[in-house]
Design a protein around this ligand. Structure first.
Ligand code: PGA
Length: 252
């Protein structure tokens, strides 16, 4: 356990505020140096409270996102951006519409690509992250399969942005918000494991007892592509931000 950096909080709110403070501090430091901040962002229920805190910091504390460039981890495919099920829509509803980030600095993978365009688009997404200076902070949740982004079991460590087929557990978990598993897109465009591991700092948030098993497996099992989150063991600056429930199965 010593090699892992875990921060355990009494509530998801406290953990979310901790991560928001780290983001705020980096944006302010970079602003004072006149350089932009590159954020890798995640969807799902986990980061929502953290985004609420960033919005509060923008509205009440004057935190500006004018010099922030964002790259989202993933998007369903096929998926129209204006669909309420899209991650593009999710990010605008839960964060972008409420802060002063420039529209041209927002990057969410496209869910409308033809098969012919996928590979060029994905390579360009990688290149765009690199051209922005690389991800300063990557925010992650974790799925019950151990996926990070949509890097499902079997995703290799050297994988980069690409189209993937979603795992059945992931489809089942998404079913309620799509009104049935038959409505969930079976594919996605996702940053790869290697894309994520290039981030300078990674905050993986996991809250609630439903995450306790996969958190414990991620932190204690050998590195395996069957649990892609275990590749984070090869990253030297990942902080696991947990609440008491999510950390309950970790060895003490
Ligand atoms: P959740 O999803 O935040 O909705 O639990 C996390 C994930 O699947 O990566």
């Amino acid at each position: 356990m010593e090699k892992y950096n875990t921060e355990i909080f009494g509530s998801s709110l406290a953990g979310s505020k901790y991560v928001a403070e780290k983001i705020k501090a980096l944006i302010e430091l970079n602003d004072s140096k006149g350089v932009s901040t590159v954020l890798g962002l995640a969807t799902g229920s986990t980061p929502v409270i953290m985004y609420k805190e960033l919005i509060r910091m923008h509205k009440e504390d004057g935190l500006s996102f004018q010099n922030v460039i964002s790259f989202n981890l993933d998007e369903y495919s096929p998926m129209q951006p204006e669909s309420e099920d899209s991650y593009w829509y999710f990010m605008h509803e839960n964060l972008f519409n409420h802060i002063d980030i420039k529209a041209e600095n927002i990057n969410v993978p496209k869910g409308t690509l033809s098969d012919d365009d996928v590979s060029t688009y994905c390579n360009d997404y990688e290149a765009k992250i690199d051209a922005a200076g690389g991800l300063d902070i990557q925010i992650l949740g974790i799925g019950r399969t151990g996926h990070i982004g949509f890097n499902e079991p079997g995703s290799p460590e050297e994988s980069i942005t690409r189209q993937v087929t979603l795992n059945q557990i992931t489809l089942d978990d998404a079913a309620p918000s799509f009104g049935g598993v038959e409505n969930v897109p079976t594919k996605a465009i996702t940053m790869g494991v290697a894309t994520v591991l290039k981030a300078k700092t990674i905050y993986l948030m996991a809250y609630g007892s439903g995450k306790s098993e996969i958190v414990s497996e991620t932190l204690t099992s050998d590195i395996t592509s069957q649990v892609p989150a275990t590749f984070l063991q090869n990253h030297n600056n990942t902080i696991f931000v947990l609440d008491n429930e999510a950390s309950s199965l970790l060895p003490t």
